[in-house]
Design a protein. Sequence first.
Length: 472
Amino acid sequence: MTSDMEPKLLHILTMGCQMNVYDSQQMGRILAPMNYMPTSRADKANLIILNTCCIREKAEHKVYSWLGRLAQVKHRRPDVIIGVGGCVAQQEGYRILKRAPHVDMVFGTFAIGRLAELVRQVTEQKKRVVDVDETGTVEPSYIMPAKYEAGSATAFVTIMSGCDNFCTYCVVPYVRGREVSRKPEGILEEVGCLVANGIREVTLLGQNVNSYGLKNGHGLDFPALLDAVNRIKGLKRLRFTTSHPKDLSDRLIVAFGRLEKLAPHIHLPVQSGSDRILRRMNRGYTKDYYLARIEKLRKARPDIAITSDIIVGFPGEEEVDFEKTIGLVSSVRFDNLFTFKYSDRPSTPACRFFNKVPEEIKRERLARLLELQKEITLDKHRTMVGTTQEVLVEGSSKKRGDQMTGRTPCGKVVNLSNGAACVGQVVSVKIAEALFHSLLGDPIVFRNAVMSSSRQAQCGVKRRNAVCCTKW
Ligand code: SAH
Ligand code: SF4
Ligand code: F3S
């Protein structure tokens, strides 16, 4: 039997959206007092958690393919505990235990606060447990950052859970429940604590942040919450996602011109450019209303970057509807687009709609849309070549470990061609090359300093002749 005090290793595999990333961090924080330390190695872990997503069929398939791989891990090391959390867990519950006999624990999206107790039941009582109860508080159990976040410059903070919008294609309201906002005090305390631990940029998360505070009346609505977070000393940048177009208020738009830490980027999913399809999706706005919001945003903050989500091949989508989407994308010229083929989700109304679009037409529409967006994104990136951008350094580039990487205020990824910059510092970077997914830039070197070994040690840089490109 293992005790709470023995050091143990925890591996969390996170799928899906930023909400799941936040929830995984929360799991790490909850299990840290039980002596679970994070590891990136599933083969060494005592506890493996799959934090799952079911937004599209493909995401759900990925979960079952991971579960297949974990069966082999359990076979080799029967002592390892395997837990399945997140949206698939909420949707499937006991069915996961039946389908995957090597799983010890299934816990839904409402059960994260009860995770420590569930792990104890598995380790001490040798039970297989399921918790898909839809009760639980939206307030996190632990605010103190765990080791997961050490060395990071950016963090997510969930400000509300659930969704009441019931877009006809979407599973989220069924797996995350009704919309509930956190109390502003807890959010401000959490952001303050993250900043005190070195976090420089915070992204506030909710399925529809515009309706924050409107239902439970904690005294602050979303623009007022942004004001309060903007006042936190030491925070450099503030972002939020996602904003539903139907609820994007004038007060929120004005905040982009008013709050100095609010980054000039909004993710505003449009889903379709056809009013007929938008109605069938139950989105609650028209194409013209959406375009008018974009115009107002650009007036309030001319440099604002706008990104969006689009679903192609929604049931009943005809060529003429799709062309309206193409027309909208050409006129708005988004900075980036996330495009998806419509996928039937159990329990959603659209799943029962007639006139499903054949797979090859969805594929062809997706390709046309991607091609158009690629041109627009590249065009926009090319206009940035030669400009100087303030880049918040987030860490080493995933593709090239010797390059540091960060983001501009608009959220564009910039890889630094040379020079050592510390995570969490804002570096002035001259953009040299435009690619589709990122930009390449030369950091402007201040004080022309080859870093001393003590400065290198302080910044966690280990490179011969590293030059410092950080304004001190
Ligand atoms: N709350 C956010 C979106 C959350 S889901 C909003 O309202 O914008 C992220 C994206 O997944 C959605 O914007 C949508 O484009 C896509 N999506 C959701 N359900 C889908 C489905 N059944 N098939 C294909 N894409 C889907
Ligand atoms: Fe899903 Fe619509 Fe809610 Fe977004 S707003 S989570 S798309 S139901
Ligand atoms: Fe997926 Fe659940 Fe997020 S279904 S997109 S992880 S809310």
